[in-house]
Design a binder for this molecule. Sequence first.
Ligand SMILES: [Fe+2]
Ligand SMILES: [Fe+2]
Length: 260
Amino acid sequence: MKILCIGDVCGSSGCDALRKFLPKFKAEHQIDMTIVNGENSYDKNGIVKQTSDHIFDSGADIITTGNHVFRRKDFYDVLDNSDCVIRPANYTKNAHGKGYTICDMGRVRVGVINLLGAIYINAPLNPFSVVDEIIDELKSDGVRVIVVDFHAEATGEKRAMGYYLDGRVSALFGTHTHVQTSDAQILPKGTGYITDVGMTGPRNSVLGMDVDIAITKVKDMLPVPFEFASGKSSVGGIVFEIDEKSGICQNVWSFCENIN
Ligand SMILES: [Fe+2]
Ligand SMILES: [Fe+2]
């Protein structure tokens, strides 16, 4: 089966680009399942019901999130009640929502796990400590295909997690840093991997943000308003081709496509 994973959708430009891109791409490449990171899909940062609905309407099966997931209180309801929207599993049990889910595609059930990095993001629980139990639970439930969105800042932490889970999950894609890395690969024991899949949003930007605002932020270290850039977008993603019976990744290819 082919699983498409798409990186952080940034604001309305990113949402528009996803809508233009996804249906056509899925048909062209016979994609069986699509996972989209939506944590930045709201223009004022975070994610709201309206943007998660838009992502599903565009063709996503599962939405993953990250460190911005709890910014909008009205989204807590969605987190608590949807089986198709997940937040990082390494928050405490007091957090709204769930950290993993099973997507029933008919002939195959796919487990999707969302994790948050501990380095520079300060996840409440260490992702390495929580992931083993989740994988065991999914496997004892008969799930053979498992995909992880590791939403993390540090390249080394993501690569270490890739090797830690190699052979135990079908694929791991990194999100959060918004710039696609050129290391799409199959790890030695059969896990498809990329350190960061990139973002879906305005390409003339600093990680999706307005350029002048971003420069002020880093140059003068002054508080600045949060504002996404506008203009044409690109979509960053990766396709994992997975053997459904063994859960092993057989092929992987990433892309960053400009949307006009
Ligand atoms: Fe992000
Ligand atoms: Fe993030």
